[in-house]
Design a protein around this ligand. Structure first.
Ligand code: DC
Length: 335
C-alpha cells in the first residue's frame, strides 16, 4: 500500500468553493499518479478550523470518489497557519512512487514540490500541436496557452489598420495601440484584441501567413513572450508554439517537438478549414505551409527549432490518441 499526500486552499468557506477545491485536488492526484479510482482504498481529509460550511469527504463522494472509505476531521488552530486549507491522505492499493500534490497557496507547505509546471509543445504548422496540447491540458486540469493565437491577433490588428506586416517600423508603432488579452471561458482560450473577441477571425487562412511575418519582429515577439512568461509563471500550462522550449521557457519541466511530413500537415489543415466551411486548395495550402516553415525557422529572433532537451515526436502516422499516450508516458517516466 502507498500513501499519497496533498493539500489545497479554497477561496471561501462555502459549499461551492469546497466542492471545487476538493474535486480539483483529487483529480490532480489521480492524473499525476495515473490512478484508477478503484485502486484507492480510503481518503482522509483534515481541514483548518475556518472551514465549516461543508464536509470535504462529502465533496469527494460527490466528485465520484464513492468506492472507498472517506473521512474528514478538523484541525486545531495553529498561529500563523495557512487559512482555508484542506489536507488529504490517499491510501492506495498499488505499487508506485507517490507524487504528492500541493495546489494554490498550499504549495508554500511543500517547497520541495513544484506547484507550477509547464509543458512546452513546439513544432511547425499542422504537426498536431494544438490538438495534443488542448487534450493534455484537459486531462491534467491545467491551462492551455495557444501562443500562435497571440501572433495571429497582432497580424489581424496590422491587416485591419492597413499596416504592412513586413514594415518593422510601422509594426512597432502599431504595437503601442494593440491591447491584447488572453482570457478563459469554461477553460477555452479566447483572444481579445482591443476589447473585441477575435478568436474565430484569427483562424482565417490569410491571417496565418501574416502572423508568421509579423512574429519575426522583435517589437512584437518581446511583448508576446513577456505575456506568455507571465501566464506560465502564474499557473501550470501546456503552451504550444515555435519557441517555447528554446526561448520562452527554456526551463520548462517537459518539452516536446512535434513534426509530420508536409503533405500530412497540409491535409490536416485542409480538413480543419473545410470542416469550418472555408474553401481552400490543398496544393496552395501545402505551399503556404512550406513557406511558413521557412519563414518561421529562418528568422533571427527565436526561430522554430527543437530544444536540445525536447522529445521529438513524428506524428505523421500516429493517431491523436497515440500521440497523447506517448507524451503522457514520457511525462510519467520523467517525474
Ligand atoms: O501555431 P499557429 O499556426 O497559430 O501560429 C501562427 C504563426 O505565429 C506561426 O506561423 C509563427 C508564429 N508563432 C511564433 O512565431 N511563435 C510562437 N510561439 C507561435 C506562433
Amino acid at each position: 500500500m502507498v500513501v499519497i499526500r496533498g493539500a489545497t486552499t479554497v477561496g471561501h468557506d462555502d459549499k461551492e468553493s469546497i466542492q471545487s477545491g476538493v474535486g480539483e485536488l483529487l483529480e490532480q492526484i489521480v492524473s499525476r499518479n495515473s490512478l484508477l479510482r478503484d485502486e484507492i482504498l480510503s481518503i482522509v481529509f483534515s481541514s483548518t478550523s475556518d472551514i465549516h460550511s461543508y464536509y470535504p469527504a462529502k465533496a469527494a463522494r460527490e466528485a465520484g470518489f464513492s468506492g472507498c472509505s472517506l473521512f474528514s476531521a478538523q484541525e486545531p488552530d495553529i498561529e500563523g497557519g495557512l487559512p482555508l486549507c484542506i489536507r488529504v491522505m490517499l491510501f492506495v492499493e498499488k505499487d508506485l512512487t507517490p507524487h504528492h500534490v500541493y495546489l494554490h497557496e498550499a504549495t508554500s507547505l511543500r517547497k520541495d514540490i513544484v506547484g507550477v509546471y509547464n509543458i512546452a509543445i513546439d513544432g511547425p504548422a499542422g504537426s498536431g500541436k494544438s490538438t495534443v496540447a488542448r487534450a493534455l491540458a484537459h486531462d491534467y486540469h491545467i491551462c492551455y496557452l495557444d501562443t500562435g493565437a497571440m501572433y495571429r491577433a497582432c497580424a489581424l490588428a496590422a491587416v485591419g489598420a492597413g499596416v504592412d506586416v513586413e514594415d518593422e517600423v510601422a509594426v512597432s508603432e502599431l504595437m503601442h495601440n494593440v491591447k491584447l488579452e488572453v482570457v478563459y471561458e469554461a477553460d477555452v482560450q479566447r483572444t481579445i484584441l482591443n476589447g473585441k473577441d477575435v478568436s474565430e477571425e484569427i483562424r482565417r487562412p490569410e491571417v496565418s501567413m501574416a502572423a508568421s511575418a509579423i512574429s519575426k519582429h522583435p517589437s512584437v515577439r518581446m511583448r508576446m513572450v513577456e505575456k506568455q512568461r507571465e501566464i506560465a509563471a502564474r499557473m501550470s500550462c501546456v503552451l504550444d508554439g515555435r519557441d517555447i522550449g528554446t526561448f520562452v521557457l527554456p526551463d520548462a519541466e517537459f518539452k516536446f517537438f512535434l513534426t509530420a511530413r508536409p503533405e500530412v500537415r497540409a491535409k490536416r489543415r485542409y480538413d480543419e478549414l473545410t470542416a469550418k466551411g472555408n474553401k481552400v486548395d490543398l496544393k496552395a495550402l501545402q505551399e503556404e505551409i512550406l513557406r511558413r516553415d521557412k519563414q518561421d525557422s529562418t528568422r533571427a529572433v527565436a526561430p522554430l527549432r527543437m530544444a536540445e532537451d525536447a522529445v521529438l515526436v513524428d506524428t505523421s502516422d500516429m493517431t491523436v490518441d497515440e500521440v497523447l499516450a506517448y507524451i503522457k508516458h514520457a511525462i510519467q517516466e520523467k517525474i
